[in-house]
Design a protein around this ligand. Structure first.
Ligand code: HEM
Length: 508
Protein backbone atom coordinates (compact mmCIF):
# COMPACT_ATOMS: atom_id res chain seq x y z
CA UNK A 1 0.00 0.00 0.00
CA UNK A 2 2.74 2.39 1.07
CA UNK A 3 4.83 1.58 -2.00
CA UNK A 4 1.93 2.67 -4.23
CA UNK A 5 2.32 6.20 -2.92
CA UNK A 6 6.05 6.39 -3.69
CA UNK A 7 7.64 7.49 -6.94
CA UNK A 8 8.65 4.67 -9.33
CA UNK A 9 12.45 5.24 -8.92
CA UNK A 10 12.00 4.62 -5.24
CA UNK A 11 9.92 1.54 -5.88
CA UNK A 12 12.74 0.17 -8.00
CA UNK A 13 14.89 -0.01 -4.86
CA UNK A 14 14.03 -3.19 -3.07
CA UNK A 15 13.18 -2.37 0.49
CA UNK A 16 10.48 -4.15 2.35
CA UNK A 17 7.52 -2.07 3.54
CA UNK A 18 8.29 -2.35 7.23
CA UNK A 19 11.80 -0.96 6.77
CA UNK A 20 10.38 1.85 4.68
CA UNK A 21 7.75 2.61 7.28
CA UNK A 22 10.36 2.69 10.04
CA UNK A 23 12.58 4.94 7.93
CA UNK A 24 9.80 7.50 7.35
CA UNK A 25 8.73 7.32 10.96
CA UNK A 26 12.33 7.99 12.00
CA UNK A 27 12.51 11.08 9.83
CA UNK A 28 9.19 12.28 11.19
CA UNK A 29 10.34 11.82 14.80
CA UNK A 30 13.59 13.70 14.09
CA UNK A 31 11.67 16.56 12.49
CA UNK A 32 9.25 16.80 15.40
CA UNK A 33 12.15 16.73 17.88
CA UNK A 34 13.96 19.47 15.94
CA UNK A 35 10.87 21.67 15.79
CA UNK A 36 10.18 21.15 19.49
CA UNK A 37 13.78 22.06 20.39
CA UNK A 38 13.70 25.19 18.25
CA UNK A 39 10.38 26.33 19.65
CA UNK A 40 11.53 25.54 23.22
CA UNK A 41 14.70 27.54 22.58
CA UNK A 42 12.54 30.40 21.26
CA UNK A 43 10.41 30.17 24.37
CA UNK A 44 13.52 30.13 26.58
CA UNK A 45 15.14 33.01 24.71
CA UNK A 46 12.74 35.49 23.17
CA UNK A 47 14.22 37.74 20.49
CA UNK A 48 16.36 40.82 21.05
CA UNK A 49 14.45 44.11 21.13
CA UNK A 50 13.75 45.52 17.66
CA UNK A 51 16.25 47.93 16.19
CA UNK A 52 18.00 49.19 13.09
CA UNK A 53 20.08 46.69 11.16
CA UNK A 54 23.75 47.30 10.67
CA UNK A 55 26.69 46.44 8.46
CA UNK A 56 28.65 43.23 8.87
CA UNK A 57 31.37 43.54 11.51
CA UNK A 58 30.77 47.17 12.51
CA UNK A 59 27.01 46.97 13.05
CA UNK A 60 25.31 50.33 13.41
CA UNK A 61 28.51 52.15 14.35
CA UNK A 62 28.98 54.21 11.13
CA UNK A 63 25.48 55.69 11.49
CA UNK A 64 25.77 56.82 15.09
CA UNK A 65 25.55 60.52 15.89
CA UNK A 66 27.91 62.27 18.36
CA UNK A 67 24.96 63.31 20.49
CA UNK A 68 24.01 59.77 21.43
CA UNK A 69 21.01 60.55 23.66
CA UNK A 70 19.26 62.64 20.97
CA UNK A 71 20.11 60.03 18.34
CA UNK A 72 18.62 57.27 20.52
CA UNK A 73 15.53 59.42 21.05
CA UNK A 74 15.10 59.59 17.25
CA UNK A 75 15.53 55.80 16.94
CA UNK A 76 12.92 55.22 19.66
CA UNK A 77 10.37 57.05 17.49
CA UNK A 78 10.83 54.32 14.86
CA UNK A 79 11.53 51.21 16.96
CA UNK A 80 9.70 51.95 20.20
CA UNK A 81 10.67 52.49 23.83
CA UNK A 82 12.93 49.44 23.97
CA UNK A 83 15.34 48.91 21.11
CA UNK A 84 18.64 47.22 20.45
CA UNK A 85 21.51 47.92 18.12
CA UNK A 86 24.92 46.37 17.59
CA UNK A 87 27.91 48.67 17.83
CA UNK A 88 30.93 46.66 16.71
CA UNK A 89 30.72 43.44 18.74
CA UNK A 90 28.69 45.02 21.49
CA UNK A 91 24.91 44.66 21.81
CA UNK A 92 23.44 47.90 23.15
CA UNK A 93 19.90 48.22 24.47
CA UNK A 94 18.14 51.53 24.96
CA UNK A 95 15.03 51.98 27.09
CA UNK A 96 13.16 55.27 26.91
CA UNK A 97 9.90 54.85 28.79
CA UNK A 98 9.18 54.97 32.53
CA UNK A 99 7.84 51.40 32.58
CA UNK A 100 10.95 49.91 30.95
CA UNK A 101 13.22 52.11 33.10
CA UNK A 102 11.42 50.62 36.11
CA UNK A 103 11.87 47.08 34.77
CA UNK A 104 15.62 47.68 34.47
CA UNK A 105 16.35 49.76 37.58
CA UNK A 106 13.81 48.32 40.03
CA UNK A 107 12.32 44.97 38.96
CA UNK A 108 15.71 43.68 37.70
CA UNK A 109 17.72 45.80 40.12
CA UNK A 110 20.06 42.99 41.10
CA UNK A 111 20.84 41.93 37.51
CA UNK A 112 21.56 45.54 36.45
CA UNK A 113 23.47 46.53 39.59
CA UNK A 114 26.79 46.81 37.73
CA UNK A 115 27.99 49.63 35.52
CA UNK A 116 29.43 48.72 32.14
CA UNK A 117 33.07 49.61 32.75
CA UNK A 118 34.78 51.22 29.74
CA UNK A 119 38.39 50.30 28.91
CA UNK A 120 39.38 53.89 29.74
CA UNK A 121 38.14 53.46 33.32
CA UNK A 122 40.02 50.17 33.70
CA UNK A 123 43.18 51.89 32.47
CA UNK A 124 42.96 54.58 35.17
CA UNK A 125 45.11 53.75 38.19
CA UNK A 126 42.17 52.89 40.44
CA UNK A 127 39.83 51.77 37.63
CA UNK A 128 38.72 48.52 39.13
CA UNK A 129 38.21 49.63 42.72
CA UNK A 130 36.45 53.01 42.63
CA UNK A 131 32.84 53.21 43.80
CA UNK A 132 31.66 54.26 40.36
CA UNK A 133 33.15 51.26 38.57
CA UNK A 134 33.27 48.54 41.26
CA UNK A 135 30.97 45.61 40.64
CA UNK A 136 28.06 45.37 43.04
CA UNK A 137 29.37 43.53 46.11
CA UNK A 138 30.98 43.99 49.54
CA UNK A 139 33.81 46.28 48.36
CA UNK A 140 31.40 48.63 46.55
CA UNK A 141 29.06 48.59 49.57
CA UNK A 142 31.93 49.51 51.90
CA UNK A 143 33.02 52.48 49.75
CA UNK A 144 29.50 53.79 49.35
CA UNK A 145 28.74 53.48 53.05
CA UNK A 146 31.92 55.33 54.01
CA UNK A 147 31.26 58.18 51.55
CA UNK A 148 27.65 58.63 52.66
CA UNK A 149 28.36 58.40 56.41
CA UNK A 150 31.47 60.53 56.42
CA UNK A 151 30.95 63.08 53.68
CA UNK A 152 27.96 63.38 51.40
CA UNK A 153 24.91 61.96 53.19
CA UNK A 154 22.38 64.42 54.62
CA UNK A 155 23.41 63.67 58.23
CA UNK A 156 27.13 64.21 57.50
CA UNK A 157 26.31 67.45 55.69
CA UNK A 158 24.18 68.69 58.61
CA UNK A 159 26.84 68.01 61.18
CA UNK A 160 30.05 68.92 59.33
CA UNK A 161 31.61 71.03 56.59
CA UNK A 162 28.99 73.76 56.88
CA UNK A 163 31.71 76.43 57.31
CA UNK A 164 33.57 75.19 54.24
CA UNK A 165 30.56 75.53 51.97
CA UNK A 166 29.76 78.96 53.36
CA UNK A 167 33.35 80.17 52.93
CA UNK A 168 33.76 78.95 49.36
CA UNK A 169 30.41 80.31 48.18
CA UNK A 170 31.29 83.70 49.68
CA UNK A 171 34.67 83.58 48.01
CA UNK A 172 32.99 83.03 44.66
CA UNK A 173 30.57 85.90 45.33
CA UNK A 174 33.48 88.18 46.20
CA UNK A 175 35.24 87.24 43.01
CA UNK A 176 32.17 87.91 40.88
CA UNK A 177 31.57 91.17 42.73
CA UNK A 178 35.09 92.27 41.77
CA UNK A 179 34.20 91.75 38.11
CA UNK A 180 30.80 93.39 38.17
CA UNK A 181 29.93 95.13 34.90
CA UNK A 182 32.32 93.04 32.79
CA UNK A 183 31.43 89.65 31.28
CA UNK A 184 32.26 86.57 33.33
CA UNK A 185 32.40 82.95 32.29
CA UNK A 186 29.71 81.53 34.55
CA UNK A 187 30.56 77.86 33.88
CA UNK A 188 34.18 78.32 34.99
CA UNK A 189 33.22 80.08 38.19
CA UNK A 190 30.70 77.41 39.08
CA UNK A 191 33.12 74.57 38.36
CA UNK A 192 35.95 76.12 40.33
CA UNK A 193 33.63 76.78 43.26
CA UNK A 194 32.45 73.16 43.24
CA UNK A 195 36.06 71.95 43.04
CA UNK A 196 37.09 74.22 45.93
CA UNK A 197 34.15 73.15 48.11
CA UNK A 198 34.87 69.52 47.36
CA UNK A 199 38.64 69.61 47.92
CA UNK A 200 38.16 71.60 51.15
CA UNK A 201 35.78 68.91 52.41
CA UNK A 202 38.12 66.17 51.24
CA UNK A 203 41.50 67.40 52.48
CA UNK A 204 41.02 70.92 53.89
CA UNK A 205 42.59 72.92 51.12
CA UNK A 206 41.43 74.33 47.83
CA UNK A 207 43.06 73.95 44.42
CA UNK A 208 43.19 77.71 43.99
CA UNK A 209 43.79 80.52 46.44
CA UNK A 210 42.47 84.01 45.70
CA UNK A 211 45.48 85.00 43.58
CA UNK A 212 45.53 81.71 41.69
CA UNK A 213 41.82 81.57 40.86
CA UNK A 214 42.50 81.52 37.13
CA UNK A 215 45.85 79.68 37.22
CA UNK A 216 46.03 76.54 39.39
CA UNK A 217 42.27 76.13 39.24
CA UNK A 218 42.36 76.21 35.46
CA UNK A 219 45.00 73.48 35.33
CA UNK A 220 43.10 71.22 37.73
CA UNK A 221 39.95 71.82 35.70
CA UNK A 222 41.82 70.82 32.54
CA UNK A 223 42.81 67.44 34.09
CA UNK A 224 39.26 66.86 35.20
CA UNK A 225 37.77 67.82 31.88
CA UNK A 226 40.24 65.53 30.12
CA UNK A 227 39.50 62.70 32.55
CA UNK A 228 35.73 62.85 32.03
CA UNK A 229 36.13 63.42 28.28
CA UNK A 230 38.23 60.23 28.02
CA UNK A 231 35.60 58.29 29.98
CA UNK A 232 32.98 59.45 27.50
CA UNK A 233 35.00 58.91 24.31
CA UNK A 234 33.54 56.12 22.12
CA UNK A 235 36.42 53.66 22.10
CA UNK A 236 37.19 50.86 19.64
CA UNK A 237 38.54 48.81 22.57
CA UNK A 238 35.06 48.74 24.15
CA UNK A 239 33.22 47.91 20.96
CA UNK A 240 35.72 45.33 19.67
CA UNK A 241 37.16 43.71 22.82
CA UNK A 242 39.35 41.51 20.58
CA UNK A 243 41.23 44.71 19.56
CA UNK A 244 41.42 46.01 23.13
CA UNK A 245 45.09 45.26 23.65
CA UNK A 246 46.11 47.54 20.75
CA UNK A 247 44.47 50.66 22.23
CA UNK A 248 44.04 51.92 18.67
CA UNK A 249 42.82 55.42 19.62
CA UNK A 250 45.32 55.86 22.46
CA UNK A 251 42.42 56.49 24.89
CA UNK A 252 43.80 54.16 27.55
CA UNK A 253 47.33 55.61 27.23
CA UNK A 254 45.98 59.15 27.69
CA UNK A 255 43.83 57.99 30.60
CA UNK A 256 46.87 56.44 32.31
CA UNK A 257 48.78 59.74 31.96
CA UNK A 258 45.83 61.74 33.23
CA UNK A 259 45.13 59.57 36.25
CA UNK A 260 48.88 59.44 37.11
CA UNK A 261 48.65 63.24 37.60
CA UNK A 262 45.81 62.77 40.07
CA UNK A 263 47.69 59.93 41.74
CA UNK A 264 50.80 62.10 42.20
CA UNK A 265 48.67 64.89 43.66
CA UNK A 266 46.96 62.49 46.09
CA UNK A 267 50.32 60.96 47.09
CA UNK A 268 51.72 64.42 47.91
CA UNK A 269 48.65 65.35 49.97
CA UNK A 270 48.65 62.03 51.85
CA UNK A 271 52.44 62.19 52.52
CA UNK A 272 52.05 65.68 53.93
CA UNK A 273 49.16 64.54 56.10
CA UNK A 274 51.05 61.55 57.44
CA UNK A 275 54.02 63.78 58.33
CA UNK A 276 51.73 66.12 60.22
CA UNK A 277 49.90 63.25 61.88
CA UNK A 278 51.39 63.66 65.35
CA UNK A 279 51.06 67.43 65.36
CA UNK A 280 47.45 67.54 64.20
CA UNK A 281 44.90 69.05 66.51
CA UNK A 282 41.71 67.14 67.24
CA UNK A 283 39.34 69.59 65.52
CA UNK A 284 40.99 69.58 62.08
CA UNK A 285 38.92 66.75 60.74
CA UNK A 286 38.25 66.17 57.08
CA UNK A 287 37.33 63.22 54.88
CA UNK A 288 40.95 62.23 54.24
CA UNK A 289 41.69 62.20 57.97
CA UNK A 290 38.64 60.01 58.63
CA UNK A 291 39.76 57.58 55.92
CA UNK A 292 43.34 57.38 57.20
CA UNK A 293 42.05 56.66 60.70
CA UNK A 294 39.93 53.84 59.31
CA UNK A 295 43.01 52.26 57.75
CA UNK A 296 44.84 52.56 61.09
CA UNK A 297 41.94 51.29 63.16
CA UNK A 298 42.25 47.55 63.04
CA UNK A 299 39.11 47.15 65.16
CA UNK A 300 37.04 48.98 62.51
CA UNK A 301 37.02 45.78 60.42
CA UNK A 302 36.99 47.65 57.10
CA UNK A 303 39.27 46.28 54.43
CA UNK A 304 40.09 49.82 53.35
CA UNK A 305 43.46 50.22 51.59
CA UNK A 306 45.39 53.32 50.52
CA UNK A 307 44.30 52.67 46.92
CA UNK A 308 40.66 52.69 48.09
CA UNK A 309 41.28 56.03 49.80
CA UNK A 310 42.65 57.59 46.61
CA UNK A 311 39.92 56.01 44.49
CA UNK A 312 37.27 57.50 46.79
CA UNK A 313 38.86 60.96 46.57
CA UNK A 314 38.76 60.68 42.79
CA UNK A 315 35.14 59.41 42.86
CA UNK A 316 34.07 62.47 44.80
CA UNK A 317 35.92 64.92 42.56
CA UNK A 318 34.85 63.36 39.27
CA UNK A 319 31.29 62.49 40.34
CA UNK A 320 30.56 65.61 42.33
CA UNK A 321 31.99 68.69 40.67
CA UNK A 322 31.40 68.73 36.92
CA UNK A 323 27.85 67.35 37.21
CA UNK A 324 26.64 69.96 39.70
CA UNK A 325 28.48 72.85 37.97
CA UNK A 326 26.96 71.87 34.62
CA UNK A 327 23.49 71.62 36.18
CA UNK A 328 23.83 75.10 37.68
CA UNK A 329 25.11 76.63 34.45
CA UNK A 330 22.04 75.33 32.60
CA UNK A 331 19.74 76.53 35.39
CA UNK A 332 21.24 80.03 35.26
CA UNK A 333 20.91 80.10 31.46
CA UNK A 334 17.24 79.05 31.64
CA UNK A 335 16.50 81.69 34.27
CA UNK A 336 18.31 84.45 32.39
CA UNK A 337 16.31 83.64 29.27
CA UNK A 338 13.09 84.03 31.28
CA UNK A 339 13.33 87.40 33.12
CA UNK A 340 9.87 87.00 34.67
CA UNK A 341 10.92 83.73 36.32
CA UNK A 342 14.21 85.32 37.41
CA UNK A 343 12.24 88.16 38.99
CA UNK A 344 9.95 85.72 40.87
CA UNK A 345 13.00 83.89 42.17
CA UNK A 346 14.68 87.10 43.26
CA UNK A 347 11.49 88.17 45.08
CA UNK A 348 11.28 84.82 46.83
CA UNK A 349 14.86 85.01 48.14
CA UNK A 350 14.41 88.64 49.18
CA UNK A 351 11.21 87.88 51.10
CA UNK A 352 12.93 85.07 53.00
CA UNK A 353 16.38 86.56 53.54
CA UNK A 354 15.81 90.31 53.41
CA UNK A 355 17.47 92.72 50.99
CA UNK A 356 20.83 93.25 52.69
CA UNK A 357 21.37 89.90 54.37
CA UNK A 358 23.37 86.97 53.12
CA UNK A 359 21.85 83.62 52.15
CA UNK A 360 22.52 80.87 54.67
CA UNK A 361 21.81 77.15 54.37
CA UNK A 362 19.09 77.55 57.00
CA UNK A 363 17.11 79.67 54.50
CA UNK A 364 17.07 77.05 51.77
CA UNK A 365 14.04 75.04 52.91
CA UNK A 366 11.98 78.25 52.65
CA UNK A 367 12.67 78.64 48.92
CA UNK A 368 10.20 76.23 47.24
CA UNK A 369 10.12 78.12 43.93
CA UNK A 370 13.90 77.96 43.61
CA UNK A 371 13.82 74.21 44.35
CA UNK A 372 11.15 73.86 41.66
CA UNK A 373 13.38 75.78 39.20
CA UNK A 374 16.35 73.49 40.01
CA UNK A 375 14.18 70.40 39.44
CA UNK A 376 12.81 71.81 36.21
CA UNK A 377 16.28 72.59 34.92
CA UNK A 378 17.45 69.06 35.79
CA UNK A 379 14.42 67.75 33.88
CA UNK A 380 15.40 69.58 30.71
CA UNK A 381 19.16 69.20 31.13
CA UNK A 382 20.07 66.09 33.13
CA UNK A 383 23.90 66.16 33.24
CA UNK A 384 24.02 62.37 32.71
CA UNK A 385 21.22 61.96 30.11
CA UNK A 386 21.81 58.21 29.69
CA UNK A 387 22.82 57.69 33.36
CA UNK A 388 26.03 55.67 33.59
CA UNK A 389 25.38 52.67 31.30
CA UNK A 390 24.53 49.49 33.22
CA UNK A 391 25.53 45.93 32.35
CA UNK A 392 23.37 42.88 33.05
CA UNK A 393 25.28 40.27 35.05
CA UNK A 394 23.26 37.48 33.42
CA UNK A 395 20.94 36.93 30.49
CA UNK A 396 17.51 38.33 31.34
CA UNK A 397 14.33 39.63 29.76
CA UNK A 398 12.97 43.17 29.71
CA UNK A 399 9.62 43.94 28.08
CA UNK A 400 9.50 40.32 26.89
CA UNK A 401 12.79 40.67 24.95
CA UNK A 402 16.11 38.97 25.59
CA UNK A 403 18.86 41.16 27.02
CA UNK A 404 22.15 39.28 26.66
CA UNK A 405 24.64 39.10 29.50
CA UNK A 406 27.36 41.71 29.08
CA UNK A 407 25.34 43.99 26.82
CA UNK A 408 25.30 47.75 27.46
CA UNK A 409 22.03 49.11 28.86
CA UNK A 410 21.23 52.78 28.34
CA UNK A 411 18.31 54.34 30.23
CA UNK A 412 17.44 57.40 28.16
CA UNK A 413 16.43 59.78 30.93
CA UNK A 414 16.72 62.77 28.57
CA UNK A 415 14.02 61.28 26.36
CA UNK A 416 11.73 60.37 29.30
CA UNK A 417 12.10 63.91 30.68
CA UNK A 418 10.95 65.39 27.36
CA UNK A 419 8.18 62.92 26.53
CA UNK A 420 5.03 64.89 25.57
CA UNK A 421 2.81 62.05 26.78
CA UNK A 422 4.21 62.62 30.30
CA UNK A 423 5.02 66.34 30.42
CA UNK A 424 2.82 69.19 29.22
CA UNK A 425 4.79 71.49 26.87
CA UNK A 426 7.90 69.45 27.60
CA UNK A 427 10.38 71.82 25.96
CA UNK A 428 9.30 74.85 28.01
CA UNK A 429 11.12 75.85 31.20
CA UNK A 430 8.19 75.96 33.66
CA UNK A 431 9.25 75.64 37.32
CA UNK A 432 5.56 75.82 38.32
CA UNK A 433 5.10 72.18 37.33
CA UNK A 434 7.31 71.17 40.26
CA UNK A 435 5.75 73.44 42.89
CA UNK A 436 3.93 71.21 45.43
CA UNK A 437 4.59 68.22 43.17
CA UNK A 438 5.24 64.57 44.03
CA UNK A 439 8.68 64.63 42.40
CA UNK A 440 11.88 64.36 44.40
CA UNK A 441 15.41 63.17 43.63
CA UNK A 442 14.89 59.70 45.13
CA UNK A 443 14.32 57.92 41.82
CA UNK A 444 10.99 56.45 42.98
CA UNK A 445 9.01 57.95 40.13
CA UNK A 446 10.34 56.65 36.84
CA UNK A 447 9.16 59.69 34.91
CA UNK A 448 11.81 61.83 36.67
CA UNK A 449 15.29 60.38 37.19
CA UNK A 450 18.09 63.00 36.98
CA UNK A 451 20.11 61.06 39.61
CA UNK A 452 19.17 57.55 38.45
CA UNK A 453 17.33 55.04 40.63
CA UNK A 454 17.86 51.81 42.54
CA UNK A 455 21.10 50.41 43.89
CA UNK A 456 23.40 52.64 41.82
CA UNK A 457 21.44 55.86 42.34
CA UNK A 458 23.76 58.84 42.78
CA UNK A 459 24.92 58.91 46.42
CA UNK A 460 25.58 62.69 46.15
CA UNK A 461 21.95 63.89 45.76
CA UNK A 462 21.80 65.56 49.20
CA UNK A 463 25.04 67.41 48.63
CA UNK A 464 24.14 68.37 45.06
CA UNK A 465 20.74 69.73 46.14
CA UNK A 466 22.19 71.72 49.01
CA UNK A 467 25.03 73.28 47.05
CA UNK A 468 23.01 74.07 43.96
CA UNK A 469 20.35 75.78 46.08
CA UNK A 470 22.93 77.71 48.11
CA UNK A 471 24.95 78.89 45.11
CA UNK A 472 21.98 79.75 42.89
CA UNK A 473 20.13 81.55 45.69
CA UNK A 474 23.28 83.59 46.43
CA UNK A 475 23.77 84.48 42.75
CA UNK A 476 20.13 85.50 42.28
CA UNK A 477 19.94 87.44 45.51
CA UNK A 478 23.08 89.51 45.04
CA UNK A 479 23.24 90.35 41.33
CA UNK A 480 21.08 91.27 38.36
CA UNK A 481 21.92 89.02 35.46
CA UNK A 482 21.73 89.50 31.73
CA UNK A 483 23.62 88.05 28.78
CA UNK A 484 26.74 89.78 27.50
CA UNK A 485 25.24 90.05 24.02
CA UNK A 486 21.77 90.93 25.28
CA UNK A 487 20.45 87.90 23.38
CA UNK A 488 18.90 84.64 24.50
CA UNK A 489 21.41 82.00 25.56
CA UNK A 490 21.52 78.82 23.51
CA UNK A 491 21.45 75.32 24.93
CA UNK A 492 23.58 73.44 22.44
CA UNK A 493 25.26 70.49 24.12
CA UNK A 494 28.80 69.17 24.10
CA UNK A 495 28.43 65.35 24.17
CA UNK A 496 30.25 63.30 26.81
CA UNK A 497 29.61 61.22 29.93
CA UNK A 498 28.56 64.57 31.48
CA UNK A 499 26.80 66.64 28.83
CA UNK A 500 28.04 70.23 29.18
CA UNK A 501 26.87 73.41 27.54
CA UNK A 502 28.77 73.75 24.26
CA UNK A 503 29.09 77.52 24.46
CA UNK A 504 29.84 78.84 27.94
CA UNK A 505 27.39 81.29 29.53
CA UNK A 506 29.09 84.67 29.46
CA UNK A 507 27.05 87.02 31.60
CA UNK A 508 27.32 90.48 33.02
C1 HEM B 1 23.54 67.70 39.81
C2 HEM B 1 24.43 66.91 40.31
C3 HEM B 1 24.55 65.44 40.05
C4 HEM B 1 23.89 64.65 39.13
C5 HEM B 1 22.84 65.07 38.12
C6 HEM B 1 24.38 63.29 39.31
C7 HEM B 1 23.92 62.21 38.58
C8 HEM B 1 24.41 60.92 38.75
C9 HEM B 1 23.95 59.79 37.99
C10 HEM B 1 22.86 59.83 36.92
C11 HEM B 1 24.63 58.70 38.42
C12 HEM B 1 24.54 57.28 37.86
C13 HEM B 1 23.31 56.57 38.33
C14 HEM B 1 23.18 55.22 37.66
O1 HEM B 1 24.16 54.66 37.21
O2 HEM B 1 22.07 54.70 37.56
C15 HEM B 1 25.54 59.14 39.45
C16 HEM B 1 26.42 58.32 40.11
C17 HEM B 1 27.34 58.77 41.03
N1 HEM B 1 27.43 60.05 41.53
FE1 HEM B 1 26.30 61.65 41.03
N2 HEM B 1 25.30 63.28 40.31
C18 HEM B 1 25.43 64.57 40.81
C19 HEM B 1 26.21 64.97 41.86
C20 HEM B 1 27.05 64.16 42.58
C21 HEM B 1 27.80 64.56 43.73
C22 HEM B 1 27.74 65.94 44.39
C23 HEM B 1 28.56 63.48 44.10
C24 HEM B 1 29.55 63.33 45.23
C25 HEM B 1 30.10 64.23 45.90
C26 HEM B 1 28.27 62.41 43.18
C27 HEM B 1 28.88 61.17 43.20
C28 HEM B 1 28.47 60.09 42.43
C29 HEM B 1 29.07 58.76 42.53
C30 HEM B 1 30.25 58.37 43.41
C31 HEM B 1 28.35 57.94 41.65
C32 HEM B 1 28.56 56.45 41.42
C33 HEM B 1 27.69 55.68 42.43
C34 HEM B 1 27.77 54.17 42.27
O3 HEM B 1 28.16 53.68 41.24
O4 HEM B 1 27.41 53.49 43.25
N3 HEM B 1 27.34 62.86 42.27
N4 HEM B 1 25.36 60.49 39.64
Amino acid sequence: MLSVLLPCWWRSIHIDELTLFLFILGIFVILVALLTTVSAARKRHPPLPPGPGGLPLVGHLPFLDRSIHTYFTGLARTYGPILSLRLGQKVCVVVSSPSFAKEVLKDNNHTFANHDVPAAAKAGVYGGISMLWSPYGPEWRMLRKIAIHQLIGAAALDSTYYGVRRREVRRMMGHIYGRMGSPINMGEHLLLTMVNVMTSMLWSSTVAGEAEWDGVGAEFRRWMTEYTALLGTPNVSDLFPCLGRFDLQGVERRMRECSRRFDKMFDDIIDQRLKLKDERKEDTKDFLQALLEMIDDRAAKTALTMSHVKALLLDMIVGGTDTAATAMEYAMAEMINRPEIMENLRRETESVVGKDNVIEESHLHKLPYLLAAVKESLRLHPPAPLLVPHRPSKLCTVGGYTIPEGSRMFVNVWSIHRDPSIWEEPLQFMPERFVDSKYDFGGNDFTYLPFGSGRRICPGTAMAERLMMLILASLLHSFDWKTAEGQNLDFEEEPGIVVRKKRPCKKT
